[in-house]
Design a protein around this ligand. Structure first.
Ligand SMILES: CC(C)(COP(=O)(O)OP(=O)(O)OC[C@H]1O[C@@H](n2cnc3c(N)ncnc32)[C@H](O)[C@@H]1OP(=O)(O)O)[C@@H](O)C(=O)NCCC(=O)NCCS
Length: 194
């Protein structure tokens, strides 16, 4: 595992056929808020909970600062046809583990087009090939079928169920835990000469 605080871990600027996946900026706050406050955005997600308690701005500022240090990474997704910050992808060291925790979201107006799979796949490739990570982990609430489907499409494997993955309004949220190891990623034919 790379040292999370190693200043050599520079956040890469990434591109896909339809997306520019670039380091997040504090100025992404307005679009982030609009997406998370959409009636279609699930309320029982940490981002939605943070928006309700005015914690989103400090969270974004903290993640931008950590991204510049290389101790965690937050990317924003811009569409090549100009729409700015239609979603984000983060990688953070998973406490007590050598894995990095992956999280992602899209503005609901862009769901159902394969954009999450396209952008997250590019970040996964960068995590293994440019950032030398060994394992990615993702925890998804049991009701979050769209996210399971995206993770499974990207080659993540189910590890099991955790009865209190995170807390919402004082209640535990059970999650499915998924992972993707460097070996599984290589076996999926993703080495691309990195
Ligand atoms: C999770 C989330 C990003 C998934 O968004 P999504 O658009 O459903 O995901 P994908 O990019 O994988 O798109 C797949 C869908 O696009 C469709 N699609 C259309 N064109 C496509 C293409 N070119 N390639 C792939 N899929 C395509 C697929 O058929 C699929 O639709 P379906 O689920 O109705 O069958 C979104 O639901 C979200 O933001 N949820 C809230 C945040 C969240 O829960 N995050 C997870 C915590 S880690």
């Amino acid at each position: 595992m790379p040292e999370a605080t190693n200043s050599r871990l520079r956040q890469p600027h990434l591109e896909t056929a339809r997306c520019i996946v670039r380091p997040a900026l504090p100025t992404d706050l307005a679009t982030l808020l609009a997406a998370v406050q959409s009636p279609l955005f699930p309320r029982r997600l940490p981002l939605a909970q943070m928006a309700m308690s005015d914690e989103l701005a400090p969270w974004l500022a903290r993640m931008c600062s950590r991204s510049s240090e290389g101790s965690a990474f937050l990317w924003s997704i811009d569409l090549r046809d100009e729409a700015r910050c239609i979603g984000q992808i983060s990688l953070s060291p998973k406490p007590g583990s050598t894995a990095w925790a992956l999280a992602f979201w899209l503005d609901p107006t862009h769901w159902g087009r394969g954009i999450a799979a396209e952008a997250v796949s590019r970040v996964n490739d960068a995590a293994f090939s440019l950032l030398s990570m060994q394992e990615l982990w993702a925890g998804v609430a049991l009701w979050n079928q769209r996210s399971f489907t995206t993770l499974e499409r990207l080659g993540f494997r189910l590890l099991g169920v955790h009865s209190s993955g995170y807390w919402v309004a004082g209640e535990p949220e059970p999650i499915r835990e998924y992972h993707l190891t460097r070996q599984q990623w290589q076996d999926n034919g993703k080495l691309h000469g990195a």
